[in-house]
Each structure stands twice: as C-alpha cells, then as structure tokens.
Design a binder for this molecule. Structure first.
Ligand code: ADP
Length: 437
C-alpha cells in the first residue's frame, strides 16, 4: 500500500510539473512576442518617417514587408519571404535551426503616399535558447524536489502505518483461547487509530463475552446432565446386583429410571430450544387468536395438575393477540408450572387475562414460597435456581424462564415480577397490540 500511495503521489507531482512547465513556456513565449510587438511599432513608425535606413532595418529584423492596404500588394520588402509558420506566429527555419517570430503591425501607416500595413519577422533564437535553459533548470529542480518529496512521503506513510501494522499483528495473534485480557493499546495511538483500536477492543469484549457465556452454557448443561446420568448408573448397577431376585428393587429402579429419562428428555428439549433460538431466529407462525381461549385451556390443564392447590381464573377478558399461539402458550405454561412447583398444598394460584386498551395482560399469581429481592435479579439467567429451592426436592433445571422470556421478547412483550419471600409471587406478561401482516 505504501508503494502504491508513493507512486500515485509521484505521478501526481510529475503531471503537475509538466503542466507547470507548459504554462511557464506559454507565458515566456507570450512575453517574447510582446517585446517584439513593441519593437515592431517603433520600426513601423521609423519606416513611415524614414528615420531608419534599410541596412539598419535589415540588421534588426529577419525580414519585413510593407503591403498596400488598397490592393494587398507588396510595396516594399527587406529580407526573404516568410516560410510556413509552425505554431501560431512562430516559425522554425531550417536548415539554419533558428526560430523567428512573425509580428503583423496592423495599424495603417503612410508609405510612398499610400496607406499600408507592415509584417515583420524577428529572429528570436537567442531568447529561445535562454528560455530552453531556464526550462531545463526548472525541470531539473522540479525532478529533484519530486524525488525528495516522494521519499519523504514514503517515510511518513511507513511511520503512520506502523501502529496499524502493529495492531494487525496483535489481532492476528489472538484466538478465542487467548483472548482473555488481551486488548489493543488505545493510549499509545492517536485520533482515528484510537477510535479504531477502541472499536476493535469493544468487538473483542463482545467476542469474549459470547465465548465465555457459551463455555458456561456447555459446562452448566453438562453439569445438569451429570446428575441424571449418575442416578441412572446407580440404579442400573443396583438392578444388575439384586434386580433379578428382589421385585421391590426392580420396581423402584424402573420407576426411577423412567423419571430420570423423562427429566433428561425435558432438559435436552429445553437446551435444544435455547441453542437453536438464542440468536433471535425464532420462527414465529403468527396468527390472530383470542388470548382468553388460551388462558382458559391452560387453567383447565393446570387445574388437573395442581393437585390440592386452589386454582382459579377470576378475570378472563377476551383480547385479540397477533402472535405464535403455540409458543405463547408454551411461555405461559412455564409461569403456571412454576406457580405449581413453588407452592404447597392449599396455596392459591390465580391467572388473569385482561384487555388493556387492546394490549394483552396475563397475570399468574401464587401464594407460594416467593423469592428474595436478590434472587429476582437472576431468575432469567440460564440454569439459575434460587438457593431456597435447590435444597428442596423440586424438579427443574433453571431454564424455563429463559425460554419464556425469549418467546415474550420475540412478541415485543414485557414481563413484570412482584414477589415477597414466603408470601408469593406475581408474574405479569404484557403483549402489545400488533397489527396483523
Ligand atoms: P426452574 O423452575 O426449572 O428451576 P425457571 O427458569 O422456571 O427454572 O425458574 C428459575 C428460578 O426462579 C426457579 O428455580 C425459582 O428459584 C425461581 N422462581 C420462578 N418462578 C417462581 C415462583 N412462582 N415462585 C418462587 N420462585 C420462582
């Protein structure tokens, strides 16, 4: 890149130089012609008044010709007739190798009693040679300056590009494994490069964050799978030892294996859901539906599953929602499932469906174990389970609310939580009114 910029710079410099040389040539030739035009005026006057002899005139100009204005005929001539002018008023005379300038004195003068005009040819080889010398020295200096300027430009570009090269080398050495704590030096760089270094550093931060969260996800998923696998191994070795003789051991082992297999299946399904859709590519099959229908279906379903809890739906207003019916139902099922899991027999579970000026509001409220303030901040994090529930024998992997939030976010919805430890919790899900497409 440095070579290319330096080459372009050199070409630009040379083209400008050529243009300047040409301009210089034009100006000087114009000034030479101007000098001879003044001389021509003097000579024309001298011819008219007879102040100069023929020899003097022949000495001063290469040729002159007096032409009658009336019949355009030559009245008087000194020197040879002019040859072909090669460029405007300039004539190169071969074989002498001299340059002459042609000046036509247009103002009429009286010669031998008649009105005439005069044409002059002046020898200007001396001026031309002088001009050529000036031209040559200008070209020489200009070329010298160009070479120096290109060299300086080359060195400056190299120096300016050095931090970029250093940055490129540093970035090149980074891999996902060694990215931790390795960032570009923002302080040592200047202006635009500082911005570039900052942008790259932010990008590296995001990459590290994503990598760390993926690592965490994998390790937590493996950890979650570890428990059922250990349980399965335990029961299978128990079966191998006593299962064939002891019918009680056989029944208990089969039941436990079935439960663990079910739990593993649920976990794997949730993991798959999250890993497939975490990059916000949930494929929504959106349609218009009445949320009241979904809520009453869920109420019936959970009334059966909630055992001795008091399940009710005090408000079930009809509200039209545009979204993925199945996924929204899956999300609401998470809140109801939690309400059942984190309450005890005799506790109350209420589900409301309200129409708030076209927006849909579903509230799942329970009078269960509730949550502490500090727990509330983490409940949407993957694999998070409050310490208060970990000790208890309650099923769960800490993934339900992450999935629910993914779905509600995908419908531009909002989840608001209120909870009091030992008193109960309330989850309010708001889905804004959306136009069908
Ligand atoms: P899981 O229920 O499978 O553990 P979730 O992601 O659904 O996972 O919930 C995360 C955590 O939030 C739960 O482990 C629990 O500590 C807390 N939580 C969720 N819902 C309730 C609720 N209704 N009452 C009390 N705690 C809850």
């Amino acid at each position: 890149m440095t070579y290319r910029i330096a080459m372009n710079f050199a070409i630009l410099f040379l083209v400008t130089g050529l243009f300047l040389l040409f301009l210089f040539l034009l100006i000087r030739m114009k000034s030479i012609a101007g000098t001879y035009r003044v001389m021509a005026e003097d000579f024309a006057y001298a011819i008219e008044t007879g102040r100069m002899s023929e020899e003097e005139l022949a000495e001063k100009c290469a040729s002159l010709c007096v032409i009658s204005s009336e019949n355009k005929e030559e009245v008087y001539r000194i020197g040879e007739e002019p040859g072909r002018l090669f460029w405007g008023k300039w004539m190169f005379c071969r074989p002498k190798g001299t340059l002459q300038v042609y000046i036509r004195h247009k103002a009429p003068l009286v010669f031998s009693g008649a009105e005439c005009s005069v044409e002059f040819l002046f020898e200007c080889t001396g001026e031309w040679n002088q001009l050529f010398r000036e031209w040559r020295s200008f070209a020489f200096w200009y070329l010298g300056i160009t070479v120096i300027a290109v060299f300086v430009c080359f060195v400056l570009i190299q120096t300016e590009l050095l931090p970029i090269r250093t940055m490129a080398e540093q970035v090149n050495r980074l891999t996902l494994q060694n990215i931790h704590g390795r960032r570009l030096n923002e302080e040592g760089t200047e202006n635009e490069l500082k911005v570039l270094a900052a942008v790259i550093n932010r990008m590296l931060d995001r990459m590290e964050e994503t990598y760390e969260s993926q690592k965490q996800f994998v390790s937590e998923a493996s950890h979650e799978l570890q428990t059922p696998i250990t349980v399965l191994q335990g029961y299978s070795s128990m079966l191998r030892r006593w299962g064939s003789e002891d019918r009680e051991v056989l029944a208990e082992s089969v039941k436990a294996i079935e439960e663990e297999a079910k739990s593993m299946q649920e976990l794997v399904e949730k993991l798959l859901f999250l890993s497939r859709h975490e990059r916000k590519k949930l494929p929504f099959a959106k349609e218009r539906f009445d949320m009241a229908e979904v809520v009453s279906e869920l109420e019936k379903e959970f009334d059966y599953l909630s055992g001795h809890r008091e399940m009710s739906c005090p408000v079930c207003e009809s509200v039209s929602v545009y979204g993925d019916r199945q996924l929204i139902k899956q999300a609401l099922r998470v809140f109801l499932d939690n309400a059942v899991k984190y309450t005890n027999d005799g506790d109350r579970i209420c589900v409301y469906c309200r129409n708030r000026s076209g927006a849909c509001e579903v509230v799942v409220e329970d009078s269960g174990i509730g949550m502490k303030k500090e727990e509330l901040e983490h409940i949407f994090a993957r694999f998070y389970r409050a310490d208060t529930v970990r000790g208890k024998n309650i099923d769960g992997h800490g993934l339900g609310l992450s999935i629910a939030r993914l779905i509600i976010d995908g419908h531009a919805g909002k989840i608001t939580i209120r909870s009091q430890y030992t008193k109960g919790s309330s989850f309010m899900i708001t889905i804004p009114r959306q136009r069908s497409k």
